[in-house]
Design a protein around this ligand. Structure first.
Ligand code: PGA
Length: 280
């Protein structure tokens, strides 16, 4: 298969969900360091800026992950939180905020994961508030969208994606443009995660994924403008493994992957990073 250049580079993100406490986090990084050292050769340095890696551990392991991540430099691993509130402080039991995460040096946040939508009442409206506030605070926000099996079966995929984008993504044209120009600060990344593919072993086929990503890019251009839409990384998530990542990354509009299960073990995560490095 002919590989097309990846204009937006590749981002491999791992969502640990409610897994990996302190000891497991420490072991993970120590193993990952050994494994990546043996497979990433010196010529990887030339690709450093094209392959980005981010992990989203549970809140209680964030500090540990932040202190362990610098073990890895090739490729460097960024650490993100799995959620954050739109207010900066206040009476919001069980939540955390941008400033609290900033204190730990965290710059990335996952918003609107389907498990938050399904089990914790997250709606497009709360997703929008979180996204807007965190982007304004300079975070990189990975915003998750995707249809359920029922919605796909009844031909509603496009309608649902359109609604999630229209209602969940604020018009932040100016702030995102400024950040792009200064090469600093906030970034919006969209993760397309069909709910029926998450944790099920079922993956959308590359053609289904490419079609959805094209639709998302078109919808984004209506929401945040064509230039920003072209610059926005769109990740695919849902049962991504070392066995299927190549065919997914070969899709022109797939700019990386958001990975749950296969990000928990260093062997599979390393294999995903190697696939990412091969693509950029
Ligand atoms: P999975 O999870 O890779 O285990 O399907 C993906 C996700 O929930 O982000």
């Amino acid at each position: 298969m002919t590989r097309l250049p990846k204009p937006r580079g590749v981002l491999i993100a791992g969502n640990w969900k409610m897994n990996h406490g302190l000891k497991e986090t420490e072991n993970f990084f120590s193993e990952l360091e050994k494994q990546t050292r043996s497979v990433f050769s010196a010529d990887f340095e030339t690709k450093r800026n094209s392959l980005r890696v981010c992990l989203f551990p549970p809140f209680t392991s964030l500090i540990k992950a932040q202190s362990e991540a610098p073990r890895l430099s090739s490729p460097p691993v960024l650490i993100g939180a799995q959620n954050a509130h739109w207010e900066k402080s206040g009476a919001f039991t069980g939540e955390t905020s941008g400033p609290l995460l900033r204190e730990l040096g965290i710059q990335w946040v996952l918003i609107g994961h389907s498990e938050r939508r399904q089990f914790f009442g997250e709606s497009n409206s709360t997703v929008r508030k979180r996204t807007e506030s965190l982007l304004l605070q300079g975070f990189h926000v990975v915003l998750c969208i995707g249809e359920t099996l029922e919605e796909r079966k009844t031909g509603k995929t496009k309608e649902i994606l359109a609604q999630q984008i229209r209602e969940g993504i604020p018009d932040l044209t100016s702030i995102l443009k400024i950040s792009r120009e200064s090469n600093l600060g906030p970034e919006l990344i969209v993760a397309y995660e069909p709910v029926w593919a998450i944790g099920t072993g079922l993956t959308a086929s590359p053609s289904e994924v490419e079609e959805a990503h094209q639709t998302i890019r078109h919808l984004l251009s209506e929401q945040i403008g064509s230039d920003l839409s072209k610059q926005t990384s769109i990740l695919y998530g849902g049962s991504v493994t070392p066995l299927n990542i190549d065919s997914l990354l070969a899709c022109p509009n797939v700019d990386g992957a958001l990975v749950g299960g296969a990000s928990l073990k260093t062997e599979s995560f390393t294999a995903l990073l190697v696939a990412g490095a091969r693509t950029v």
